[in-house]
Design a protein around this ligand. Sequence first.
Ligand code: PEP
Ligand code: MG
Length: 602
Amino acid sequence: MSLPPDREEDSTVGNPAALEPLVFRGIGGSSGVAIGKLMLMDTGGPGVVHRHVSRRALQGEVDRYEAAVTASVEELNQAADRAQHHIAKAEVAILEAYVLMLEDDMLHEDVERRILIDRQCAEWAVEGAIADLGAQLRDSPDPYIAARSDDFEFVGAMVQRSFQGRSTRSPAPREPSIIVARDLSPADTAALDKSVVLGFVTEIGTRTSHTAILARALELPVVVGLSNITSLLGDHDTIIVDGVSGEVILSPTIDQVANAQARAERHRKLAANLREHRDRVPQTKCGEALSIRANIELPAETEVACYEGAQGVGLYRTEFLFIDRITPPTEDEQYAVYRSVVEAMGEHPVTLRTFDIGGDKFVSQFRAPADMNPALGLRAVRLALARPELFLAQLRAMVRASAHGTLRIMIPMISGIQELREVRALFDRAIRQVSDAGHAYSETIPLGAMVEVPSAAIMADLLAQEADFLSIGTNDLVQYSLAVDRTSRALAGLASYFDPAILRLIDIVSKAGVEHACPVSVCGAMASHPLGAAVLLGFGIRDLSMEASAIPEIREAIARVTLADLERTTREALEQGTAAGSERVVSDAFREVFSDLLEAYL
Ligand code: PEP
Ligand code: MG
């Protein structure tokens, strides 16, 4: 039995009856604190039988497979119907994505090949096909894409349960409970009643997994990524879930419960308070206005973005459309999705980022050759330029969606001016194709570059003259500038956007923007932390994009500080020689004024 990471107490392992408190640390997936009765939800199934089938029985196995898929699709459609009456439309979109995965031709072909050629029984064939697809995603250096392997696992488990005639849904709790599960599927989530579910803990998943995304939409505290937790529950029946710190406590002491109750209350009050101000125009204490927009991965997240008062979408990670399936989406399919996003945001602008995908992150017939270092390989704009037919279809879909609102197109991983020129040539060609096909489109679609590769920051003065806007992606800028893998837990301490090298690069980009009248925004995680956002404003950046759930606290943080304080602090941080030094400067300046936000929300 392997223990979860950062286990703080292990004196009672193998002795759960003693009911000593056990403290674990996972990943805070959705903020808030919950204390309650623990309910283990069994979402796993028994082992899969491996059986070779006689030649005569092969067609029967194919039929059994088709029937199991049909039953699973039906189950998902019923869950989607139920979710229509729920608050979170995001659930419906995910359920629909699962139906598409189940109906995908390549999955069917692979399963049929395993049955008809390898003579595997249907269960075995499904297990193998799903495992292959999941493994390709899981190896991805991008945590978001790696998290999609969970979706494939879920779809596979659902089909396996259908083979046994079991429902794909788990029983819902009847009394207020905190659910602990290996994984919680969107179908389970759709069926949950918020009045009895206080929070979740799951073994698999990351901050960008669907469970976490949905929990944030539902405003439920969640901790994910606590491997093996379901096997460590023993007789414990009370649990604390702290979605802020990622801490989970089984059988807490009276003091721990009191402490958690106080934290839960603080978080609830602050969240309610912040929500009350969601119509307030974001501005500093001295009245300097800025834009706060949302980063989204699912079209349905526009609903949360609007609810939180986002002034548009600053980053729509469109790769989501490509990775929950095996074949790429058609131009028409993409157009329908982009149009829905643009329309959902009304008069606010939407920034569509072309697919940031490549290397081993892409499951389809467009799979790229394996790179030694996929993060440094054929990904994002490089893949787009290498596969112009795929890129042009996406650009055409985006150009067509521009007829329905205010839209900007943004290119990931631009490393220099040459790439931007090549993109612009293809963009112009896409516009001509859309025009020739007789579709409507806007004559003014800004084409921007992400600045997330150090060379792009260094060359920002040239990029600012040719791009219509620049958007700094601090997540990758940190990864590539400091040579720190962004997925590495071991190196997480080194991956700081307060590092003076990062601050200098941001300084270069924001100055280039001013000099060449090119708008500069930030859509990396730095913008979603009160101290990070403070530094960015001090650089003169007035356009921040972050996940929707962070919007209320950032709007509040900014309203508490003046531009003079922000600029002075950023200047001082820029003069430091180390990340710790810069962070200390910013923290000393604003820790007190942000104290409730930093404690209760992050
Ligand atoms: C970034 O790199 O900062 C960014 C916003 O893009 P992503 O996190 O999708 O790589
Ligand atoms: Mg990036």
